[in-house]
Design a protein around this ligand. Structure first.
Ligand code: PMP
Length: 321
């Protein structure tokens, strides 16, 4: 659908996937007013389809839009369009457990001009893509590099939004870490560079026995929908779950002394991803026994159980199609 200042969101439509035209001076190309979301449609064992908390993604898009000087999304029309699209492309929702149809709502500025100011015209669209299981073998511990050269977000910046520029700023660090054999980087805060923020596409959680801690939202961490779901699930399963400021040096010390028993990331794509190894500068540590911890495994089983319809959805997260 289109947005025009004074008119609002209009012309909601579903069209076949195709190229679209952009003026070379379209403001999105120069000033980066581009935000997006990622959510998934799952197929239950009985063949039916279900979405997991898509309203939370659309609400987060509106929060991103506000920070980026973009208009609030018409969340109701967007959700209706999202549901219609998935029904049309129903055949593309894979049948295998662990696979899903990834849904990517996107909003970009369309005004043409070279002056730096908020655009008056926007395009909102949704594209879909079937995705395989993040790890073919199921849960698999990953190794993560603690980034010390670059920061991802700064105080008062756009870290809490899902804007394209955050990812543009992260690509180099991710590539360097990958060449060194790591899956992703762990970002530290942009002020003191010592507090844990998040990983490239996941929020971070740490387990001390049955207590789970995760960095407190501070304006530069993306408020992950999986993070929120896992905190709720963890508490309902009898774990203690706290949001705190986490010093990376303490995390390393606790891992070495054995107090820290597990680390894992949470995200729509990665679901729950155990972290077996953490590296910082020249130091490399193993978390727990470097394998899949029981907290991560139990949360993974419960979350995917709800997403694939095997377990009861006690929290009203599922929309059946
Ligand atoms: N942090 C970043 C930077 C991400 O890109 C993602 C993936 N959207 C997450 C955290 C996890 O968020 P969610 O659980 O909503 O997918």
């Amino acid at each position: 659908m289109d947005y025009e200042q004074g008119v609002g969101w209009n012309n909601a439509r579903i069209v076949p996937y195709a190229d679209f035209a952009l003026d070379p001076a379209a403001m999105v190309l120069h000033y980066g007013q581009a935000i997006f979301e990622g959510t998934k449609c799952y197929r239950r064992a009985d063949g039916g389809l279900q979405l997991f908390r898509p309203q939370a993604n659309l609400a987060r898009m509106t929060r991103s839009a506000e920070r980026m000087g973009m208009p609030a999304l018409d969340e109701e029309t967007a959700l209706e369009g999202l549901k219609q699209l998935v029904r049309i492309e129903e055949a593309w929702v894979p049948h295998l457990d662990g696979t899903s149809l990834y849904i990517r709502p996107t909003m970009i500025s369309m005004d043409v001009g070279l002056g730096v100011h908020a655009s008056k015209k926007y395009l909102f669209y949704i594209i879909l893509s079937p995705v395989g299981a993040y790890y073919k073998e199921g849960l698999k511990p990953v190794s993560i590099y603690v980034e010390d050269a670059y920061v991802r977000a700064v105080r008062g910046g756009v870290g809490f939004t899902k804007c394209a520029g955050n990812y543009a700023a992260s690509i180099l660090a991710g590539d360097v870490a990958e060449k060194k054999g790591f899956s992703q980087v762990l970002w530290l805060d942009g002020v003191e560079q010592k507090y844990v923020e998040e990983v490239g596409s996941m929020n971070m959680m740490f387990a001390y026995g049955n207590k789970i801690v995760t960095p407190k939202l501070n304006g530069s961490i993306l408020p992950g929908i999986t993070r929120d779901s896992v905190l709720t699930l963890a508490r309902s399963m009898g774990y203690e779950a706290e949001e705190e400021r986490l010093d990376i040096n303490e995390i390393f010390a606790d891992a070495k002394s054995g107090k820290l028993t597990e680390a894992f990331g949470t995200g729509t794509a990665a679901v729950i991803s155990p972290v077996g190894t953490l590296a910082m500068k020249d130091e490399k540590i193993t978390i727990g026994d470097g394998g899949i911890g029981k907290v991560a495994q139990s949360l993974y089983d419960t979350l995917t159980g709800i997403q694939y319809g095997r377990l009861e959805d006690k929290f009203g997260w599922i929309i059946k199609l």
